[in-house]
Design a protein around this ligand. Structure first.
Ligand SMILES: NC(=O)c1ccc[n+]([C@@H]2O[C@H](COP(=O)([O-])OP(=O)(O)OC[C@H]3O[C@@H](n4cnc5c(N)ncnc54)[C@H](OP(=O)(O)O)[C@@H]3O)[C@@H](O)[C@H]2O)c1
Length: 331
């Protein structure tokens, strides 16, 4: 069936400026790490992409290795782009990354110019695109000079294969050093993608402040801690959930009685606020103006709709914030 996007798709979404750039990014962005590989159902992920775009989600985040198998999320996304979104490419922000193992031998991992630029070419081919909007270095490389990696990002932008450059999983100091090099090259760092949620708080130490100072946007990945910060594990591990999949990155061992006790209490607090736990966990991140977007994953349209409901209430009073810190054993 032909897909016709909702005509009111820009009505509800909040768009935030990404650092000191001209680019606006939706407060909720969609990641294709899980649920879009060859092991997943095309009808489901196609419906998710339609529902996301219909709700004003303009930003879709990929990486060379998303699947499984690696590369298949880009291939599947590319197929649906061609089928349904060709006329809407200019309304979309598509990102990809390179930095983790992608192909065998010495040139398919980490941060060399050789790896990054050939990987970007492969990603463009898989997605059937002339350019991506953001090309990220996926993780720091302890052995390649940072200058070389940043020059590769700069080259990706200068060649027109990416419009902007980004970094992911960099510490505050690494991000500062990368930003300095990119600025000198004339290609400012647009965005940083760290892991950040109620359960993973490291970015608060110095990363968020330093990104704000440098004028770099911040998009939090795994904002729901891969599903732990939702109601899905409160009654056990259900069939088809990430913790139950052989290729899922959420380990069963991570679902401890302590975590369940914590998430159970958070779930009650969310209910008092008239929200689901997922909505409260996303709102809790979005209350911080240093954050540009939360980068969610979903395995169904239902989960996506639940998460979009976050936008109705992203405010917290002091007492709620204190209660959350108490539940998380942080005060
Ligand atoms: N830069 C990096 O190194 C890096 C690393 C990881 C991720 N990322 C990016 O971040 C994106 C999101 O990561 P993530 O998938 O870990 O994010 P997440 O939003 O923390 O977790 C997504 C999972 O949570 C569950 N879920 C989501 N909404 C739900 C709801 N309303 N109710 C119940 N369960 C719900 C689903 O689990 P089930 O599938 O079990 O239903 C879903 O697959 C990735 O796709 C990728 O783009 C980047």
């Amino acid at each position: 069936m032909k897909y016709i996007p909702a005509s009111d798709r820009y009505g509800e979404m909040i768009y935030n400026r990404c650092g000191r750039s001209g680019l606006m990014i939706p407060a909720i962005s969609l990641g294709l790490w899980h649920n879009f590989g060859h092991t997943d159902r095309p009808e489901t992920y196609r419906a998710i992409l339609h529902a996301a775009f219909d709700a004003g989600i303009t930003h879709f985040d990929l990486a060379n290795n998303y699947g499984p198998p690696s590369g298949s999320a880009e291939e599947n996304f590319g197929r649906i782009l061609k089928q349904d979104f060709t006329s809407y490419r200019d309304e979309m922000i598509i990102s990809t990354k390179a930095g983790y193992l992608m192909w065998p031998g010495p040139y398919g991992d980490f941060g060399s110019r050789k790896y990054l630029l050939s990987s970007l070419d492969q990603s463009l081919k898989r997605m059937g695109l002339d350019y991506v909007d953001i090309f990220y270095h996926h993780r720091p490389d302890p052995d390649t000079p940072l200058e070389e990696t940043m020059m590769a990002l700069d080259q990706a932008v200068r060649s027109g294969k990416s419009l902007y450059a980004g970094i992911s999983n960099y510490t505050a100091n690494q991000a500062k050093a990368a930003a300095r090099i990119l600025n000198d090259l004339g290609t400012p760092c647009l965005i940083h993608q760290p892991k950040y949620s109620m359960l993973v708080r490291e970015p608060e130490e110095d990363l968020l402040d330093s990104l704000e100072k440098e004028g770099i946007g911040c998009i939090a990945f795994s904002p729901l801690a891969q599903g732990l910060l939702t109601d899905k594990y409160l009654d056990g591990i259900t069939e088809g959930s990430r913790a139950n999949k052989p290729h899922g990155f959420l380990q069963k061992q991570a679902i401890t009685p302590d975590i369940l006790e914590m998430t159970g209490r958070l779930n009650s607090l969310a209910a008092d606020r008239g929200q689901s736990l997922a909505q409260m966990a996303l709102a809790w991140l979005l209350k911080d103006t240093r954050l540009t977007s939360v980068l969610i994953g979903v395995s169904s349209v239902k989960q996506l709709s639940d998460n979009l409901g976050t936008l109705h209430n992203i405010k917290f009073n002091k007492e709620e914030l204190n209660q959350i810190e108490q539940i998380l054993n942080r005060s």
